[in-house]
Design a protein. Structure first.
Length: 314
């Protein structure tokens, strides 16, 4: 059975590349709860952090490199830039996630996660092929899916040794509708999370989503996309989430954590729909506007299971 694997993920970042994996053992069996962390309000959160949900969708885009660099608050990383003939093209890779989580240690929540593909500054340049500036959306989709495989392969040695990845997704901003999930994300890992209002509908053939900022209720994101128009396949995502250094909760930890997301019925397809980054002052809306984010591909997980692990120890 073919599976898909990625380096970034659903609790945080996810995209597709081919690998071999097994659903035989559940994530809760592979990563049993080993501790409980007490939050500042007294809530006990079980770790590793296991979630399940109706849907996790990754929207893939080619974005502006110079602008994306302005949104990376981690001095160890920089955007991965696409080069042609040894010269930068001012093109990078962005992925926006939408999740409808139905069960977690802090309850149900919806969230968006805006991410940017990054490399550790000390790591070699990633050997990506050239992508013409005026490539078609179909060419961009094929390129983005292939790039995920290249990144996963480049990280394979580090992953086998349980070391932080050199090529990963940087979590620029997360919008959620659950204050407890926000508190857990900030206090346990250092995620840049903030409160937003979500209105969404997941039907058989469409997903519609509107996210508005709180407290002013200005638009952050509006989108709608057609489902089930591509390739249906099981999906399995394994990768690292790079976080802002300034939010790091512990000085003896890397601002980076591994996570896993799986679905026995997912879709890989072109983006067919409507997308608008609103005029909100939220960090997500600002980044999407400035980096010229517009999705060309969709990787959709249905009936998802996911696990967020502790930060890497230095």
């Amino acid at each position: 059975m073919n599976k898909h694997k990625a380096f970034g993920f659903g609790l945080v970042a996810v995209c597709a590349s081919v690998c071999s994996a097994s659903f035989a053992q559940s994530l809760t069996e592979q990563y049993p709860v080993s501790e409980h962390i007490q939050l500042s309000d007294g809530t006990l959160v079980s770790m590793p952090f296991h979630v399940s949900g109706n849907l996790t969708t990754a929207f893939l885009s080619i974005i502006n490199t110079k602008q994306s660099a302005k949104f990376i608050a981690n001095k160890a990383f920089e955007p991965i830039e696409i080069e042609c003939d040894g010269k930068g093209t001012n093109q990078s890779i962005g992925v926006l996630y939408f999740q409808d989580i139905t069960s977690s240690p802090v309850g149900a929540y919806a969230e968006t996660v805006n991410t940017i593909a990054v490399k550790r500054k000390s790591a070699p340049e990633l050997e990506l092929p050239c992508l013409p500036v005026y490539a078609s959306n179909q060419e961009k989709m094929s390129y983005l899916l292939a790039a995920q495989q290249i990144m996963a392969q480049a990280n394979s040695v580090n992953m086998q040794q349980n070391l932080p990845s050199d090529y990963a997704m940087y979590n620029q901003d997360l919008e959620l509708n659950n204050p407890s999930a926000i508190r857990a994300g900030i206090e346990i890992w250092g995620y840049p999370k903030s409160l937003a209002d979500f209105s969404y509908r997941i039907s058989e053939h469409y997903v519609d989503l509107q996210v508005t900022n709180i407290p002013d209720y200005t638009p952050v994101i509006e989108l709608s996309y057609l489902r089930k128009v591509g390739m249906q396949t099981p999906l399995y995502s394994v990768g690292d989430n790079v976080l802002p250094q300034r939010f790091q909760p512990s000085s003896d930890k890397h601002a980076q954590l591994p996570g896993i997301l799986s679905s026995e019925s997912g879709w890989v397809q072109p983006f067919i729909g409507y997308f608008w980054a609103g005029h909100s002052s939220s960090k997500t809306a600002k980044a999407l506007r400035k980096t010229e984010f517009y999705p060309v591909a969709v990787v959709e997980y249905t009936q998802v299971k996911g696990t967020a692990l502790p930060l890497y120890t230095k």
